[in-house]
Design a protein around this ligand. Structure first.
Ligand SMILES: Nc1ncnc2c1ncn2[C@@H]1O[C@H](COP(=O)(O)OP(=O)(O)OP(=O)(O)O)[C@@H](O)[C@H]1O
Ligand SMILES: [Mg+2]
Length: 303
């Protein structure tokens, strides 16, 4: 199956800053592909090059088999984008934000009106169709931005942090809609800081840091192979526990209050610790994407 997006050695610099430093990846048709990474990792910059809003500095990038330098207009016609920052038109109502956007794609007025209604219903916004943008909560704006991204019935939907700032109800609604769209055969590119979101929506994902891809794969496979099956979490650990853990050959991470041991045999590690060390709390849980993320990208703040 041909790739919908193919990047080879893709690079973007801003003056002396390398925002994206030679990344290569391929997104298949019909998959939901995730970009994870700390603030400033280069996710939005990568996404912007894909939707032809930022020129590439070097490397190759093709979308639907067309080079972004050669055919930006043809590519844009088949893409829907929900940007990280809100760029709805504050002068228009909810509904008009969609119909005006439809005009940019040459969609006739009658068809645009039908499409707007369908999308507003799909995103649970029809009741608010006549509201002004400034009257909308952050969550409603995000849902409207997603609706707008679907106006041209895109083959590729790009969602840059679609659920940041949303309440649990709205997040679940967005997830449900993303699943529906994926089932309809759309290819979806998603950036997120929510590990549960990435785990449950993405067929494959990359974790980026400092403009580079650190790993790529299916979320469960990555966690299984890079972290292990389980994590033993020790809260309020005694000062000599790290040394003991090291002597046991355990892989672990620690901050001031907690220590995490990555393992395939959580119960055995738990028993060993419980035998030797008093801890305020010690628990065994399934390893997850957040464990992998922190393992690969560290615990230092970025920006
Ligand atoms: N237009 C620009 N001019 C100069 N530097 C920029 C520009 N856009 C992004 N950068 C820098 O490029 C780097 C990558 O930024 P980018 O927005 O791609 O990160 P991100 O992974 O999307 O982060 P976040 O999770 O915070 O959204 C950052 O260091 C950022 O400051
Ligand atoms: Mg970003």
């Amino acid at each position: 199956m041909p790739s919908v997006i193919e990047a080879r050695g893709l690079t973007k610099t801003f003056g002396r800053l390398g925002a994206v430093n030679g990344v290569s990846f391929a997104v298949d048709a019909g998959e939901c592909y995730g970009f994870l990474g700390p603030n400033g990792a280069g996710k939005t910059t990568t996404v912007k090059m894909i939707h032809c809003s930022a020129p590439i500095t070097s490397g190759d990038l093709s979308v639907f088999g067309m080079g972004v330098r050669d055919a930006p207009r043809a590519i844009k016609r088949r893409i829907g984008v929900c940007q990280q920052e809100d760029n709805l038109d504050p002068d228009f109502s909810v509904r008009k934000n969609l119909t005006v956007f439809a005009r940019y794609f040459g969609i006739p007025a009658v068809q645009a009106a039908d499409r707007a209604r369908e999308l507003l219903e799909f995103m649970g916004l029809w009741e608010r169709r006549d509201a002004r943008i400034r009257e909308l909560s952050g969550g409603l704006k995000k849902r409207l931005a997603i609706a707008r991204a679907l106006v041209n019935d895109p083959d590729l939907l790009i969602l840059d942090e679609p659920t940041t700032g949303l309440d649990p109800q709205s997040r679940h609604q967005v997830w449900d809609r993303v699943r529906t769209l994926r089932r309809q055969g759309k290819t979806i590119l998603l950036t997120t800081h929510y590990m549960d979101e990435a785990q449950s929506l993405c067929d494959r994902l990359v974790i980026m840091d400092h403009g580079r891809i650190l790993v790529e794969g299916a979320p469960s496979d990555l966690v299984r192979s890079r972290v292990g099956r389980e994590v033993v979490e020790v809260y309020g650990f005694p000062p000599d526990l790290p040394e003991y853990a090291r002597a046991q050959g355990w892989t672990f991470e620690a901050d001031t209050h907690r220590l995490w041991i990555h393992t395939d045999s959580g119960e055995a590690v738990f028993a060993a610790i419980a035998r030797l060390y008093p801890a305020e709390r010690c628990t065994v849980r399934m390893a997850g994407l957040e464990d992998l993320f922190l393992k690969l990208t560290g615990r230092e703040l970025r920006e």
